[in-house]
Design a protein around this ligand. Sequence first.
Ligand code: G3P
Length: 229
Amino acid sequence: MKFFLDTANLDEIRSAAEFGVIDGVTTNPTLVAKEGRPFRELILAICDILPRGVINAEVVSTDTAGMLREGRELASWHPNIAVKIPMTSDGVRALYVLAGEGIRVNVTLCFSAAQALLVAKAGAYIVSPFIGRLDDIGQDGLVLLREILEIYRVNNFPVLAASLRHPIHVIEAAKMGAHIGTLPSKVFEQLFKHPLTDRGLETFVKDWEKARGVLGEIIEPATTPKRGR
Ligand code: G3P
């Protein structure tokens, strides 16, 4: 499963990029608004940090004509940009046209298998079911993800598991075969953690320190070469 980072924060993206495991970024109007800087400049800075990543930028119009204008504009900023379009009738009309022009469209705010099937047929590059937001209203988001993946596997369409809120969401999405999971930085950082790792490392360091005099150093201090040899 590919990892996208679900943020528009450049520091978070820079820091996660250092691990070499981030394949792209998803932004949305809420995440972009938090950063308080010009949209184009922000998206291009993200493209610079991840030159091989897929960078998702979302339209804010709600009518087809507006989405088409914005979608074409966003796609013209950088070849790595995928355009996010909301799952509405106007959105699907815009998706069909943009996909026909070779623009990658990620259909966002997907909450049902019927919606997912529809947008795959209309030519979406990817669909984004929002797992955590279904959990928030008392439905199991992972059930929806399983259902969409089953349909998509049969029909060979890719799925992006979005709104992942904790490592279990990430693990389950990967086990089910989601093609991409988009993670907020907090969830990405949680993937590194296990208390037994911390405890084990603490013991290794302590035991080594106790026996250091006998063990010597892994890296011996550099010796000054003797002259005249
Ligand atoms: O970027 C879309 C999605 O991942 C949002 O997640 O946590 O706001 O429901 P969340």
